[in-house]
Design a protein around this ligand. Structure first.
Ligand SMILES: Nc1ncnc2c1ncn2[C@@H]1O[C@H](COP(=O)(O)OP(=O)(O)OP(=O)(O)O)[C@@H](O)[C@H]1O
Length: 240
């Protein structure tokens, strides 16, 4: 007799969990509740798209998931660790260790080359420059930036800078990648190669992805599509 574990894929660990996540902004005399008791669970290797109208709170949510902002109420746990329990320095180390960011403002360092920018998270982590740059070069190859690895951000197009940011986000082999319109500036062929790279990482490295997008094709490519509305997430589609 075949055991269950030999036939069914193992249920993977929860990599990201939000409970009762609430963010209220104070605007003069009144409070604006943007996220209101939001719940979310993303497993290792799962890719989730978050869609929603402008102003629905997608950026607010990404900032809370990445520990760039603190919730008014509720909590975010990543790889079993509650972000609220971490002080600023520990949070910085935790981010470097577990989270890859691809946000719309790439914040590449202008005086460094594409290669140096992509290697930076590993250098910050204490890895030697040569080893860090070898890994960064591999990632730049995968995003089609091998020819321009020695150029500085000012000498790159918007889409090229975006690809360097993607390489930088993935170079640390993160548990969770948070992306805001990751393929927005890219042509179809380049976007397709980035999606293939993400698919590969979800499978081989069990990386979890949360991808904010207005692009229906990018959303439809993910395992689940969640819609942010009224401060909470509701499942719009499930493809897995
Ligand atoms: N620091 C802040 N102080 C007060 N209100 C804020 C602040 N940041 C965001 N908001 C408000 O919170 C709401 C959600 O903003 P957010 O940027 O998260 O939306 P979004 O879904 O990412 O929008 P878009 O798709 O247009 O980028 C908006 O009404 C916005 O004006």
């Amino acid at each position: 007799m075949t055991r269950q574990s030999e036939t069914a894929p193992a249920i993977r660990e929860v990599m990201l969990e939000c409970r009762d996540l609430t963010r209220v902004y104070r605007e003069g005399p009144r409070d604006v509740t943007v996220l209101d008791g939001l719940e979310l669970r993303v497993r290792a290797g799962e890719r989730v798209a978050v869609v929603g109208s402008s102003g629905s709170g997608k950026t607010t949510l990404l900032n809370l998931l990445g520990g760039l902002d603190r919730p008014t109420r509720g909590e975010v746990r990543i790889a079993g660790e509650s972000l609220l329990s971490l002080g600023e320095a520990a949070l910085g180390r935790f981010r470097n260790r577990h989270i890859g960011f691809v946000y719309q403002f790439h914040h590449l360092l202008s005086e460094f080359t594409a290669l140096e920018n992509a290697a930076l998270p590993l250098i910050v982590r204490g890895q030697r420059k040569k080893a860090a740059e070898a890994l960064a070069r591999e990632l730049l190859d995968k995003v089609g930036m091998q020819e321009r690895a020695d150029h500085k951000p000012g000498e790159l197009s918007g889409g090229e800078r975006q690809r360097v940011a993607i390489a930088r986000a993935l170079v640390t082999d993160p548990s969770l990648v948070l992306m805001d319109e990751p393929t927005g500036n890219l042509d179809q062929a380049t976007a397709a190669s980035i999606l293939a790279l993400m698919d590969g990482l979800a499978v081989t490295a069990a990386c979890a992805f949360v991808i904010v997008t207005h692009d229906p094709a990018l959303a439809a490519h993910q395992d689940r599509v969640l819609r942010l509305d009224g401060g909470r997430l509701a499942e719009q589609a499930r493809h897995a």
